[in-house]
Design a protein around this ligand. Structure first.
Ligand SMILES: [Zn+2]
Length: 140
């Protein structure tokens, strides 16, 4: 089995509604995302012969996904009062609503599904919310 690995990162704020502790407060991370793609065989066409795929292809997809979340507030649907949302929008803060609690585990699954939906043979995604804490989602 061949594996290739690519990584990217983004800076974003989040908070965990209902959590008892520091993470319930608004705070930021440099999120580092590493994805692995796997293949039993290597390409045979002249351009990508000997590769799982061109690194440029997965780098671009991963970068686009990270850019979408970069420098914004990521919040779970229903976790902010309408009044709060409205005030933040009036300030022109960029926000991204997600349908899940914004944990590293859920982001790992989110990136896995996004990459898979674009047709890449993703086998594993790691999301670091600090240099020493990482969550992994891998396919079976
Ligand atoms: Zn956090």
């Amino acid at each position: 089995m061949y594996l290739i690995r690519s990584e990217s990162s983004f800076d974003a704020a989040h908070f965990l509604k209902g959590y008892q502790g520091k993470c319930s407060n608004l705070h930021g991370h440099r999120w580092r995302v590493c994805c692995e793609l796997q293949s039993q065989t290597l390409r045979e066409d002249p351009q990508t012969e000997g590769m799982v795929l061109d690194f440029g292809e997965i780098k671009k997809v991963l970068k686009d996904l990270c850019d979408y979340l970069d420098h914004c507030l990521i919040y779970e649907r229903g976790s902010l009062r309408a009044k709060t949302l409205e005030a933040l929008q009036e300030e022109d803060f960029r926000m991204v609503e997600v349908p899940f609690r914004p944990t590293a585990e859920n982001f790992a699954r989110y990136f896995f599904d996004e990459i898979a939906s674009k047709g890449f043979p993703v086998s594993r995604v790691e999301v670091y919310e600090t240099p020493s804490n990482c969550a992994v989602y891998q396919g079976d």
